[in-house]
Design a protein around this ligand. Structure first.
Ligand code: ZN
Length: 431
C-alpha cells in the first residue's frame, strides 16, 4: 500500500485521530481563505471568524452553509469564474463545468495541489475496488467539460494501472476497444453500462466472457440500487462498485470489497447529515460536505441536495469511515410527491429493474383534475408485454404503495443516455 497519500492512511484511523486531522486541515484552510479568498473571506468574517483559532469542533456548526445558488450567483456577478478563488488566476490550470441539470452550470477551477487532492479521492475508489497496477481501465466517457472521469483517468497513473480513453466513440467502437485492449475495469455511468450491454447483445458479444472483472460507476445514482447492480453484474460478469462525487465538491465516496454501503471519504472531507427542514443533525437527511484539500477552490458546509442515510455499524473491512446505506437515495429536489406519498426516482428504478424482460423505461407524472397520475412506459418484447407490465405494476404497489398506469413500448424506442439519465418527467408544474 502506498503511504504518500494521507487519506489512505486515515481510512483505518481511530475517530479521534480522524477528527483531529480534519480540523487541523480546516484551520489551515480557514487562514488561507481569510487571507486571499474573497468569497469565503466575506462569509467567514460575517460570521465572526477572524482566524483559525475561532473554528473548533464545537463552534463548527455555527458556521454558515454554502449553497449552489450562492456559488452560481457569485459567478454571474463576477464572470467567468466567480470569487471563490484563493490564488491568482495564473495558478489554476484546469477548468471543468457542472452539467447544469439543476440550474445554471458552474465553472470550477483547480490548481495543481487541488487537482492532486481530487485525484487522490479516486485512488481511494480504486483501492476500495481492489485495483492494482495489473489492471487496464476503460473509460466510456466523452471527456468533455464535465469533470466526470477526468480525475479517475489521472488516478490510474497513481496506482500504476493502464488508462484507456473511450472518448468520441460510439457504443460498438467502445465495446471493440474494451475487447481489443483486454480491459479489466470499466468506468462509466450505471445507465451507460446497461446500454453497452444492450449493444453487446445485439452485436453477438458475450461480455460475461470478456476480461472485464470490475465495473465502477459514477455521474448518477444507480450502481447502489440492488436491482440495477444485479443487472450490470449479470450482463458484464463483473463486480460492480458505486461511487458518488460532484464537480464543486470532489470524489467524496467509495465502496470497499464488502460492498455494504458507500464509504464516506472522511480522510479528505468533513461530512454532516442534517434534517433538510430543521438543519438539526440527523441519521437520514441532506448530506453537507466540506472538502479538506482543495484550498484553491473549496466548499465549506456545502448543502449537496443529496438525501442519504447513515449506516449505524462499522464495516467488516476495518475502515473506520462511516457508510451510507444504498449510496445517494435521491436528490432532494427530485423527490416526487404523488397523491401525498414521497417517492424517489431511484426507488422506482429499483422496482422496475427487478422485473425480467424490461429494457429502458420512462416515468411521466400528470395532474388530472385534482388527482396525480403516474404513467410508466417500459420497453418489452410484444410476446411478453402483458406479463411484464403486470409485474412492474405489482412491484411498484408492493414496494412503494404506488399505483401506476404501466404500458409496454417497443424495445429500443425510449431515449438512451451516456450521462445523467432523465427518465422521470413531472408535467404537473406546467399545467
Ligand atoms: Zn468497508
Amino acid at each position: 500500500m502506498p503511504t504518500s497519500d494521507e487519506s489512505i492512511n486515515l481510512e483505518y484511523a481511530e475517530r479521534s485521530i480522524l477528527t483531529a486531522s480534519q480540523f487541523e486541515r480546516i484551520g489551515g484552510m480557514v487562514d488561507a481563505l481569510l487571507d486571499s479568498n474573497p468569497f469565503y473571506r466575506k462569509k467567514l468574517s460575517d460570521s465572526g471568524i477572524g482566524s483559525s483559532k475561532d473554528v473548533t469542533t464545537e463552534s463548527w456548526t455555527q458556521l454558515p452553509y454554502t449553497t449552489k445558488s450562492e456559488l452560481s450567483d457569485d459567478q454571474i456577478a463576477h464572470p467567468p469564474f466567480g470569487t471563490n478563488l484563493t490564488y491568482s488566476i495564473e495558478q489554476y490550470h484546469r477548468v471543468h463545468q457542472t452539467s447544469g441539470t439543476t440550474g445554471q452550470a458552474l465553472r470550477w477551477l483547480d490548481d495543481e495541489t487541488g487537482w492532486a487532492w481530487f485525484t487522490g479521492g479516486w485512488v481511494s475508489v480504486y483501492r476500495g475496488a481492489g485495483l492494482t497496477e495489473a489492471d487496464r481501465v476503460f473509460f466510456a466517457f466523452g471527456f468533455g467539460p464535465f469533470i466526470g472521469f477526468w480525475s479517475a483517468f489521472d488516478a490510474c497513473r497513481e496506482i500504476g494501472a493502464m488508462a484507456i480513453p473511450g472518448g468520441t466513440m460510439d457504443s460498438a467502437q467502445r465495446l471493440r476497444a474494451i475487447l481489443d485492449n483486454e480491459a479489466t475495469v470499466l468506468c462509466c455511468t450505471p445507465t451507460y453500462a446497461l446500454r453497452l450491454a444492450e449493444v453487446a447483445e445485439s452485436e453477438g458479444i458475450d461480455l460475461a466472457a470478456s476480461s472485464v472483472r470490475v465495473t465502477i460507476h459514477g455521474g448518477e445514482p444507480g450502481a447502489g440500487l440492488p436491482a440495477t447492480r444485479a443487472r450490470i453484474e449479470s450482463a458484464w460478469g463483473a463486480t460492480c462498485y458505486d461511487h458518488a462525487g460532484a464537480t464543486e465538491v470532489g470524489p467524496w465516496s467509495f465502496e470497499c470489497d464488502r460492498r455494504e454501503g458507500l464509504h464516506l471519504n472522511e480522510g479528505a472531507f468533513l461530512f454532516e447529515v442534517v434534517d433538510p427542514d430543521t438543519d438539526a443533525p440527523a441519521e437520514e437527511g441532506e448530506l453537507v460536505i466540506t472538502n479538506l484539500g482543495r484550498v484553491g477552490s473549496p466548499v465549506i458546509r456545502y448543502r449537496t441536495g443529496d438525501r442519504v442515510c447513515l449506516h449505524p455499524g462499522t464495516c467488516a473491512c476495518g475502515r473506520t469511515f462511516r457508510r451510507l446505506d444504498g449510496g445517494v437515495i435521491g436528490r432532494l429536489d427530485d423527490v416526487l410527491i404523488v397523491r401525498g406519498v414521497n417517492v424517489y426516482p431511484s426507488a422506482i428504478e429499483n422496482a422496475i429493474r427487478a422485473c425480467d424482460g424490461v429494457g429502458e423505461f420512462a416515468v411521466d407524472v400528470f395532474r388530472r383534475g385534482t388527482m396525480d397520475d403516474i404513467e410508466i412506459r417500459v420497453e418489452a418484447e410484444a410476446s411478453n408485454a402483458g406479463s411484464v407490465c403486470e409485474e412492474v405494476g405489482r412491484r411498484l404497489r408492493d414496494a412503494l404503495a404506488l399505483r401506476a398506469d404501466v404500458r409496454a413500448v417497443s424495445p429500443g424506442s425510449l431515449p438512451r443516455y451516456e450521462l445523467k439519465a432523465r427518465r422521470v418527467n413531472d408535467h404537473r408544474g406546467s399545467v
